[in-house]
Design a protein around this ligand. Structure first.
Ligand code: NAD
Length: 502
């Protein structure tokens, strides 16, 4: 029987999505809506408002009024601290409901939605973490360089109105990585959800209202890149754009920011390598970890997945065997079935793109496993078999471009020097994995890799660490103190304490 998710839609009680502007829910001014098709079944399961340029203008105006009033940005620290903690707890209470909404949005199975990295719990921890910065980040008081009796001080002030733009693949964590530091710093926000993961974000915004966030401090506009996103990134009254998504849209945002010199933070894509040395403590585990990240949960639609495996020739066949074993363990289907551990590709366009890369891969490497779209009960969904290409040259398209699907390119190497050179031979620089039992090698290699985050013999998401990319993987960092600071401007204030002339 062909897969359907309609019964889950009924049990979750999915309602049509509206815009949230100045504390009020309502439709788009022109009544436009977007139909959401489920990626596992192709079924139309809900719709939400498409914000026009006029709606975006209303949202930015509300955020500007809320910012300029100072009611949020200059509120008592406890107002912001308590709200952020209250919200973190509300998220935890609603974790099951949010996971179910996400399964209806982007098809990420409930089983994977419970894994820490992409869970509601991780998002809640990010809010708790940033609540802690509210009363701790300030400026400095410095001794005057030219002597005399002067005060020389710096202050950190909220940056103003922030446009926060989300991708579809990890809405809980990525919502938190932007909204928690922005609110903690005293900014006001216009948030744009991805058109492929809107329902879970709508509920997260509703819960912010329940936590007591004042009207206008956070506004939600829904809809696609054009018109909704375009109006937001070109709006003259937006002070900062905080974006997570593709490199192409990231570049467009940099371009659009030039008009008013908006501050810009970008979390973009990657082609992150796993470097597996001959002395890896457990080659089988290294292979399963690498292939698992490329296939489990998000089907490789994860920015930091190690989609390029650089493997020493001495352990090459062992690696391929274990990676193939992992591919065989992946289960697809109804995201509400606890036995299902991975997702469909997000939409038909992405399905075509990934199948195109697989065809290209057949000319660039040796197909070890996979390579086909799934049929049968799953024929209406965007499912692609876990796929491995071996003997790939690092300059090949499938070793250089972000495929964003369950496709691993395996490249052999002979020396550490070569492995590092291959790893760095990419336009991206988001993450890397290093598998070795030699501690000195581990750190030597980690220091030489031009990437933002490195896992040595494993990797875990931490809510309080900086995360972001070198090179074309991004600008700036999310997570931790650096994220909080990225939502502030540094101001210098000077004052002579006597009658001296400057
Ligand atoms: P995308 O760039 O297509 O869309 C991201 C968001 O930008 C969506 O909300 C979309 O509607 C909006 N958008 C599209 N065009 C726009 C425009 N012209 N102006 C303003 N907004 C516009 O990306 P996606 O498919 O949603 O996400 C996948 C990408 O995100 C991958 O490249 C992945 O690597 C990256 N990603 C990066 C990180 C990270 O932390 N570095 C995390 C998750 C995903």
């Amino acid at each position: 029987m062909t897969l359907t998710v309609q019964p889950h839609r009924e049990s979750v009680g999915l309602k049509a999505g509206q815009l949230f502007i100045d504390g009020q829910w309502g439709p788009a001014r022109d009544g436009a809506t977007w139909p959401h098709h489920h990626p596992a079944t192709g079924e139309a399961i809900g719709e939400f408002a498409v914000a026009s340029a006029a709606d975006v203008d209303d949202a930015v105006a509300a955020a500007r009024r809320a910012f300029d009033s100072g009611a949020w940005s200059y509120s008592r620290a406890t107002v912001r601290i308590q709200l952020l903690h209250r919200y973190a707890n509300l998220l935890r209470e609603h974790a099951d409901e949010l996971r179910a909404l996400q399964a209806l949005d982007n098809g990420v199975p409930l089983s994977f939605g419970a894994i820490y990295a992409t869970s509601v719990g991780a998002a809640a921890d990010v809010f708790d973490h940033h609540a802690g910065w509210v009363d701790k980040i300030g400026g400095q008081t410095l001794p005057p360089y030219q002597g005399g009796d002067h005060l020389a001080m710096t202050f950190r002030e909220p940056i103003g109105v922030v446009a926060a733009i989300l991708p579809w693949n990890a809405p809980f964590l990525l919502f938190a990585q932007k909204i928690a530091p922005a609110l903690a710093a005293g900014c006001t926000v216009v948030l744009k959800a991805s058109e492929f993961a809107t329902f879970s974000v709508l509920r997260m915004v509703e819960l912010l209202g329940e936590a007591g966030l004042p009207a206008g401090v956070l506004n939600l506009v829904t809809g696609p890149g054009d018109p909704t996103g375009e109006r937001l990134i070109t709006h003259p009254d937006v002070d900062k754009v905080s974006f997570t998504g593709s490199r192409a849209v990231g570049k467009r945002i940099v371009e659009a920011s030039a008009g008013t010199l908006k501050r810009v933070s970008l979390e973009l894509g990657g082609k992150s390598p796993a470097l597996v040395f001959q002395d890896a403590p457990n080659v089988g585990l290294a292979a399963m970890t690498t292939m698992g990240a490329v296939t489990m949960g998000l089907s490789g639609q994860a920015c930091v997945a190690n989609t390029r495996a650089l493997v020493h020739r001495d352990v090459y066949e062992e690696f391929l065997g274990a990676a193939q074993g992992m591919a065989g363990m992946i289960t697809y289907g109804d995201p509400f079935d606890p036995g299902v551990i991975s997702s469909p590709l997000i939409n038909a366009r992405q399905l075509e793109r990934v199948l195109g890369y697989i065809e290209k891969g057949k000319t660039e490497g040796r197909l070890v496993t996979g390579g086909e779209r799934l049929g049968g009960d799953l024929a209406n969904g965007n499912f692609v078999q876990p796929t491995i290409f071996a003997d790939v040259d690092n300059s090949a398209t499938i070793a250089q471009e972000e495929i964003f699907g369950p496709v691993l390119a395996v490249v052999p190497f002979d020396t550490e020097e070569e492995a590092v050179a291959l790893a760095n031979d990419t336009e991206y620089g988001l993450g890397a994995g290093v598998f070795t039992a030699d501690v000195q090698r581990a750190f030597r290699v980690a220091r030489r890799l031009r990437v933002g985050t490195i896992g040595i013999n494993g990797f875990q998401v931490e809510p309080h660490l900086p995360f972001g990319g070198f090179k074309q993987s991004g600008l700036g960092r999310e997570g931790g103190q650096s994220a909080f600071e990225a939502f502030t401007e540094l101001k210098t204030v000077l004052m002579p304490l006597g009658e001296e002339l400057m």
